[in-house]
Design a protein around this ligand. Structure first.
Ligand SMILES: Cc1ncc(COP(=O)(O)O)c(C=O)c1O
Length: 381
């Protein structure tokens, strides 16, 4: 069979591959500690589940308006205004089945054949395949020499921006490093994007999971609103990964273009899931705070355990990941770790940064302790 060049060029997701290997071994009876997963280990808060149940009972079974039900877009608009200092009205918003779909639609709307997108590595695994599917070219700027922060990399960005550069993708807090970019750091970037007429997609999916009170939405910075698409979703903050609910906010003109792709590919996000999304935004704050508190506790624990084993890293200020440097090749190291220590992690290579492994601490205290103990016992750290 012959398939499109587009699909043949795409590598399967490395994070999914690790997860598959972990479940295969588990099925064979191996006691695996899975520190590779990119999802909260909590259940969706009850009040959110109840709204979906009632909605299902009430017969909310049909399509909704393609951009999303108006009450949900109103709640999202309020969130953008109050939490991000971003004035997006309901017509600046599209509700999507997951933030991933929003990112894809935004990239497909902005990027065409030969347009260049700059990403900062280590970068989340799906940006590159999405850009490739849109026919665009990718330029990577490694943040490794800059302690995974963006501020010190601005000079590099200045060198790399070309007349073909149309888009920069930002992700703060970052998956996989957990880094949060401060306003001060982002100012240099903002100036470059404005001066060179470059657009930005700001992936803020981990925004609610931060351990610092400072957070800057790039789109809220002077000169950025008209050139930024802000993407967020419910998966991480509300432990709703399987519900598939996300959204984007952006300039109306762009949103109207993206809405065409949305209506022809997704139609709309699931009806009762959207209703649950309203409950999450309106009454979910307490549950989010509890989950964040728990993640912080585990972050501190894992940093302490790593430090005891000679690995000192700057505390990541968001998300639920730490990147650790490993000996030699990250892929081989992670294979050894799963085969010998039965601990699953994702190699830095999956994010474009060889020689590292990403540990997810969205796991129980017992599993985190046992995972690190096994790595130590098998002389991996
Ligand atoms: C950085 C980043 N962006 C976007 C997503 C997609 O999230 P969603 O479940 O809303 O599609 C993920 C999920 O892993 C992520 O880590």
């Amino acid at each position: 069979m012959k398939f499109s060049k587009r699909v043949e060029g795409i590598k399967p997701s490395a994070t999914v591959a690790v997860g598959n290997k972990a479940s295969e071994l588990r099925q064979q009876g191996v006691d695996i500690i899975d520190l590779s997963v990119g999802e909260p280990d909590f259940k969706t808060p009850k009040n959110i589940v109840n709204v979906a149940k009632i909605s299902l009972e009430n017969g909310d079974h049909g399509y909704t308006s393609s951009k999303g039900i108006i009450e949900l877009r109103e709640s999202i608009s309020k969130y953008f205004n109050e939490k991000c200092e971003l004035e997006y009205g309901v017509n600046n918003i599209i509700v999507t089945p997951g933030a991933k779909q929003a990112l894809f639609e935004a990239i497909m709307t902005i990027i065409g054949e030969g347009d260049e997108t700059i990403i900062f590595t280590p970068a989340w695994v799906s940006y590159e395949p999405m850009i490739s599917m849109a026919g665009g070219d990718i330029k990577r700027i490694s943040l490794e020499p800059y302690g995974f922060q963006i501020g010190p990399a601005i000079e590099r960005l200045k060198e790399e921006i070309s007349p073909r550069t149309k888009l920069v993708i930002l992700n703060s807090p970052s998956n996989p490093t957990g880094a949060v970019y401060s306003e001060e750091e982002l100012e240099g970037l903002r100036d470059l994007l404005v001066d060179n007429d470059v657009m930005a997609i700001s992936d803020e999916i981990y925004k609610e999971i931060t351990y610092t009170s400072e957070y800057t939405s790039v789109g809220a910075m002077e000169g950025m609103k008209e050139r930024t698409v802000t993407v967020n979703g419910f998966s991480k903050a509300y432990a709703m990964t399987g519900w598939r609910l996300g959204y984007m906010g952006g300039p109306r003109e762009l949103i109207n273009q993206a809405a065409k792709i949305h209506s022809h590919t997704a139609t709309c996000a699931t009806n009762m899931v959207q209703r649950a999304g309203i409950e999450a935004l309106e009454n979910g704050e307490g549950a989010v705070a509890e989950m964040v508190e728990s993640f912080k506790h585990r972050r501190d624990l894992i940093l302490q355990l790593l430090s005891k084993n000679g690995i000192d890293i700057q505390p990541p200020e968001g998300a639920f990941y730490v990147m650790i440097p490993v000996e030699g090749d990250g892929v081989e190291w992670c294979e050894k770790s799963i085969d010998k220590a039965h601990v699953a992690m994702v190699p830095g290579e999956a994010f474009g940064t060889p020689g590292y492994a990403r540990i997810s601490y969205a796991n129980s205290i017992e599993n985190i302790e046992e995972g690190i103990r096994r790595l130590c016992e098998n002389e991996l750290i």
